[in-house]
Write a protein that binds this ligand. Sequence first.
Ligand code: C2O
Ligand code: CU
Ligand code: CU
Length: 575
Amino acid sequence: MMTLRRRHFLLGGAVAALPPGAFLAASALDGGQRRAEALDASFSRRYDNPLRLPGQGGWFAPVKASEVRALAAAPMPHRLRGHRDTPLWVYRAEVRGRVVLNPILTARAGDTVDLRFDNLLPQPSVIHWHGLANDERSDGGGAFLAAPGGGHPVRWTVRNAAGLNWYHPHPHGHAGEQLWRGLAGLFLVEDDASDRLARELDVRFGLTDVPLVIQDRTLNRAGEMPYHDAGVERMLKSADNATRMAFEALCSGAPGTPLFHGAYGEDILVNFTRFPVLALPRRWARLRILNGSNARLYRLALLQRGRALEFSLLGVDGNLLPAPQAATEVFLAPAQRVDLAVDLRQAELGDLWLKTLAFDPMHDDGLQLPQTLLRPAVAAASMPAHDHGPRGEGAEEPILRIDVRPADGPAGRLPQRIGPAMPPAVDGAPQRSFRLGHDAQRRWSIDGRVFAGHGQTSFTVPAGAGPAREIWEVDNPASGMPHPMHLHGFDFQVLSRQGSPAQCGPLRVDAQGRLATDLGRADTVLVWPGEKVRFLVDFSTAPAGIQRYMFHCHNLEHADAGMMLAFAVDAGPPD
Ligand code: C2O
Ligand code: CU
Ligand code: CU
């Protein structure tokens, strides 16, 4: 017997031969740079489809959330590639006589969302308002579903400060598939602080302030978008029996949950655009990025001729940072957002690339497989055992070509203060810990338990008196997968990371092991295999009474397989 460690234990190949730290240095090497330039030139021709900007053809049109009377989840064929329509599912609304699809909903604190949700899908559904503070019914966590053909009223008042949030389906067991098929929209909260920021940067929404929704999907020539793990699928298709057995053992989950690692596609789309290009003038620009993928992580950087441009993080998840934070790269896990500004005067005219850099995806599920089965299987497949397709997670890939153009007029400037100050740290807050893993039937779990339904809460947070803050600690065993853990209804502050993998080392910004993306108030935190992450959750905003919320992995196939729990927050009776 052998234990499967990382995929580069199994096979040779360029990536496999390098120690983890070498990934980070690779783009600085001279030969590497020449190779990068040649590669970029060939990509340049292919990345030629104008990025879909907010509002084109009604797609991602910005509309005031308070003006939407009805929002339907509905099938809607649309051309994403070639000559055939893809049978998407999307959110559709009619606002002031105009049909909008997956609209960008905009709001300010105090605005009311008051609409009817219509479910025109063949599955139950519900809208979850990811990152937005709500009571349990309005949160849309899945306890209250609309049946196929049914619907229900949605009514809640926006309480958040400025930030980039989003909405997507949350029916347990179907959330992953519904997101994959196209259901997701942004929800932008603005306030005085964000108005000031946009004024100083002198950016215009949709032109120099551009939302980017990054999603991997497989689009085949028939126009289909199969809900699958592209790499595993490819492997199984070409495999002989022994290979098939090995990969089935490696990559499928419990019966009924076949996507053990998650759903991965072969193409990386931005705003539903394949091979996108965006023209930006040589001045300050703002990119508001959502990883709207089901399972894929990205290591994002802006590169010109192999050189990484410095950018300024303005916000993470649904909140602005107190001050901009300089960075050259960030890991972005499913559901996470980064709001960033970049001074394109650092760049030359011409191609600049938003890329995902190479990293170790750490898909190590601790399986025990006999050598005799594994060796021929791996040899037969002649590709990395755990690579998810030709454009596997962790491979360096272009995402968006930015065509840097000359600018006229002012360049804008970056203010030194942006969002509200971080709340002071508390001593002696009660602590709760969670251990991630999977059971013998290969169902992902939290504390050894698989989600048992919305009726069963795992614990109750007392939030009626005192500071109502808790320290949560999430422990991910070394043999596992990275899990982006998401909390509904409340923000938190990362306090520390321990046992982080080597590839996070150079991104560390303090002695607590935190990364630049840990410096704001977040709702989703990536926990790598071997890591222990502690964060401070603020429950003081809890609405009165006992409300139930979800805590889960936002690799939605993991959540659908059971890596989710419900808990209650008891803020006491209303006064
Ligand atoms: Cu964005 Cu419970 O999810
Ligand atoms: Cu959420
Ligand atoms: Cu997970």
